[in-house]
Structure formats: structure tokens, C-alpha cells
Design a protein around this ligand. Structure first.
Ligand SMILES: [Zn+2]
Length: 293
């Protein structure tokens, strides 16, 4: 375990070379049941201007890439979705120099053809959360952080909130590994911790949306605000309450699918991460240039 110095001006994201921090290529957020990824990793306890991340960040290697892993609920699932400090988690990745972020999440299906065990490479979200700290630009930027200096009111576009490059690469990895995947889909993000009522679930389903989840907002959008590429992979565990599926599923079947999804996800990450080009050709890295008033 390496404890870094408390956050200081020298660790602002425009001066990202404090000696004690490694330079990381790719960040991965772990979701429910997904608490470790890397062997022989070094742990870092980071401090951010937005508070502490959910847990220590582990840094190791996959292929020739340096990868940082952070379980968004904390190890042991200590934090429910509405209590996660999403800003601290995303900022911690930025502090490490991450430009590509992968945020998989266990999700429910809203459509019969999106089956338990399928993966969905989400391209849109619908935000049904409440009162989460969902922007870095709330008019009270932390002082002395170079990233915020000179920036006034900022409205970042969320029209296409996920990185098209990472989405395409993730879809290719699913094909390479024979994982049944939907290459697009809309994720409804509910506040939790309760699940949807049947009426809510049927409403989302009739709107044509594919998956339901509790953590995709604001995590992915906060990454965009920091000009990081972000991709979500929705790991379908079961059908949501209001979806008519062909057969009832038992709790054991749900848990089996959940465990199988995690194994497939790890294989996908080990295939995907080394294939991410070092250069970015998407527009994620200039998201702020058109966003300031
Ligand atoms: Zn991108």
C-alpha cells in the first residue's frame, strides 16, 4: 500500500506528474461482485478535492498497458449506488493520467430479446436519479486546482455520452470471444437502492429502452466533463420486474448468470485493453472546448 500526499496543487490534473503516482493508460471501475482485476498490483490511497474515492486504487498491467482498477462500491460492497462519490472516483482516475475509462455494470433487461447473460454496449442513458453530485462545474470549483482556473459556467453536451471508439472496440472484443452482445442500447439509471415497480419497469420497456441500472449516471457523464473516453458494458443479470419473459428464473439461475458474466467480463477486458490505440481519434478529449459560456 502506498499512501500519497494529501491532494495539493502539484497533483492537479494539469500537472499530473507527482513523483509518487504512476502514469496509467486505462481505468476500470468494478461493479457489483467485481472487486479485483489485476495480479501483482500496487495499491494507492488517493485523496481528491472532492473527497475520498470508494476504495484504494490498484495499478497493474494488462499486456503492455498500465491499468488502474477501482471498485465503485468499495470492496465488500460497502457503498450503495446513491452513496457512491462518483466525482472522487472519476477524479482519481484523472489524477493518474487515465484517458480511457471502462465502467461495466450489472444490469437488468427491459426487453425480452435482451437475455440474461447478454452484454449491451450502451450508447444512451436516461437519468432517473435524484440529488447526486453530478457535475464538476457547479459554480464552486475547488481553489488552486489548475483544471478549473479560468473556466466559468460550463455546459457539456451529453447528446452522445459514450465514446464511439471504445464502444466499437468493446463490440469487436465480444465478437472475438463469442459473447452474445447488443452493440447499442439505452440504459435507464434509477436512483435505488430499491428496484423498479412493475409500472415503472413497463413504462421504461414501452419507451423502447433496453437496460436498467443504478450507477451509470453520473459516472459516465462525469468522465466526459473531464474529457475522458468512457464506455459502459451492461452485464445482463435478469429481467426487470415488468418484463414478460418466456420463463420464470430462479434465484440460483440469476446468481449463476451473475458469476458467468464476471468471468466473461474479465476475458473481455484482457482482450479489449491491449487493443485500445494509444492515440485518440474521437472527440471526447475536446468536450470542454465548445462547452464554456
Ligand atoms: Zn473517446
Amino acid at each position: 500500500m502506498q499512501d500519497t500526499e494529501p491532494y495539493s496543487k502539484q497533483t492537479g490534473v494539469d500537472a499530473l506528474t507527482p513523483l509518487e503516482l504512476p502514469q496509467v493508460d486505462v481505468g476500470v471501475f468494478g461493479g457489483s461482485g467485481f472487486y479485483d482485476l489485476l495480479d501483482d498490483a500496487t495499491e494507492y490511497r488517493l485523496t481528491t478535492p472532492f473527497g475520498a474515492p470508494s476504495d484504494v486504487v490498484t495499478v497493474g498491467r494488462i499486456g503492455d498497458r498500465t491499468v488502474a482498477f477501482l471498485p465503485r462500491h468499495g470492496r465488500g460492497h460497502a457503498l450503495p449506488p446513491h452513496r457512491i462519490n462518483y466525482r472522487a472516483n472519476v477524479w482519481a482516475m484523472k489524477m493518474l493520467g487515465v484517458t480511457r475509462l471502462i465502467g461495466p455494470s450489472a444490469s437488468g433487461s427491459l426487453q425480452p430479446e435482451v437475455k440474461p447473460g447478454d452484454f449491451v454496449i450502451v450508447d444512451q442513458f436516461v437519468d432517473r436519479t435524484q440529488a447526486r453530485a453530478d457535475t464538476f462545474f457547479d459554480g464552486s470549483a475547488p481553489e488552486g486546482v489548475p483544471f478549473f482556473e479560468g473556466r466559468g459556467v460550463v455546459h457539456v453536451s451529453a447528446a452522445d455520452p459514450y465514446c464511439p471508439e471504445l464502444r466499437a472496440l468493446a463490440g469487436e472484443s465480444c465478437d472475438r470471444l463469442g459473447i452474445s452482445a447488443h452493440k447499442s442500447g439505452t440504459s435507464v439509471v434509477i436512483q435505488g437502492p430499491r428496484f423498479s415497480t412493475r409500472a415503472e419497469s413497463q413504462w421504461f420497456s414501452r419507451a423502447g429502452w433496453e437496460v436498467v441500472n443504478m450507477t451509470q449516471y453520473p459516472e459516465g457523464f462525469l468522465a466526459r466533463e473531464l474529457e475522458l473516453c468512457y464506455v459502459n458494458i451492461a452485464l445482463i443479470t435478469d429481467y426487470d420486474a415488468g418484463v414478460d419473459s418466456a420463463q420464470a428464473v430462479t434465484n440460483k439461475e440469476v446468481m449463476d448468470v451473475f458469476a458467468q458474466n464476471l468471468e466473461k467480463l474479465k476475458a473481455l477486458l484482457y482482450d479489449l485493453i491491449p487493443r485500445i490505440p494509444r492515440e485518440r481519434y474521437c472527440l471526447c478529449g475536446s468536450a470542454l472546448s465548445a462547452a464554456e459560456m
